[in-house]
Design a protein around this ligand. Structure first.
Ligand code: IMP
Ligand code: MG
Length: 185
C-alpha cells in the first residue's frame, strides 16, 4: 500500500473506501475463467485487452484459463484526465492481429456509460470475427446505456468513481490491490 503522504499528494482530501477486496476479486476471476474455459473448449480465442485499465484483470484472467489463447491490445480514451466520461471515444492504438474469422474475447476494466464498449463493438464487428464476446470486471448498471449483452461481468457496482486493480485516477492508483471508491470528503 502507498504511504500516506504519497496518497495525499494524489487524492488531496478525497476519501478512499474499500469496495471489493483483493480476495473477492480473485475468487470471482476464478469463476469467470472456468466459464470462459468451458465456452471456448477446442477453440483458440484472441483475448483483447482494453488499455490501460484492463491490464491487471486481463493478466489474472488469462493465467486461469484452461484453453490456449492469443493476446492483443487496443487503446482508447474517453475519460481524459477527469472523473467523468468526456462523451467521445478516440482510438489511440489499434490491435495488430487479423481478427477476421476468429473468436474474440474483449476484456474491459469497467463499463460506465457504455460508450467505449459500443465503439469497440463496432470496431470489431467491422472486421467480421467468427464470434465476439465481452468481459468486464465492473459494470455500472445505472449509468450504462448499452443495448446488447455483456457476456461475463465480475461485479455490478453503483454510480461511484472507483480506483485500484488497474483503474486509475488521473493515471495513478492503478496498483492498489483492491477496488476502492474515491469520494469527496
Ligand atoms: P464508458 O465509455 O463510460 O463506459 O467508460 C469506460 C472507460 O472509462 C473505462 O474503460 C475506464 O477506463 C473509464 N472509467 C469509467 N468509470 C471509471 C471509474 O469509476 N474509475 C476509473 N475509470 C473509469
Ligand atoms: Mg478502460
Amino acid at each position: 500500500m502507498l504511504n500516506k503522504s504519497i496518497l495525499t499528494s494524489i487524492i488531496g482530501n478525497q476519501k478512499l473506501t474499500e469496495l471489493i477486496s483483493e480476495n473477492d476479486i480473485k475468487k470471482r476471476i476464478s469463476e469467470i475463467a472456468i466459464d470462459i474455459s468451458k465456452s471456448y473448449e477446442g477453440r483458440i480465442p484472441i483475448v483483447i485487452g482494453v488499455l490501460n485499465g484492463a491490464f491487471l484483470f486481463m493478466a489474472d484472467i488469462v493465467r486461469e484459463l484452461d484453453v490456449e489463447y492469443e493476446v492483443d491490445f487496443i487503446k482508447i480514451s474517453s475519460y481524459g484526465n477527469s472523473k467523468n466520461s468526456s462523451g467521445t471515444v478516440r482510438l489511440l492504438k489499434d490491435i495488430s492481429a487479423d481478427i477476421t474469422g476468429r473468436d474474440i474475447l474483449l476484456i474491459e476494466d469497467i463499463v460506465d456509460t457504455g460508450l467505449s464498449l459500443k465503439f469497440l463493438k463496432k470496431r470489431f464487428e467491422d472486421a467480421a470475427p467468427n464470434s465476439l464476446a465481452f468481459v468486464t470486471l465492473l459494470y455500472k448498471p445505472f449509468t450504462s446505456k448499452i443495448d446488447f449483452e455483456i457476456d461475463y461481468i465480475g461485479f455490478e457496482i453503483g454510480d461511484k468513481f472507483v480506483v485500484g486493480y488497474g483503474l486509475d485516477y488521473e493515471q495513478k492508483l492503478r496498483g492498489l490491490p483492491s477496488i476502492y471508491t474515491l469520494t469527496e470528503d
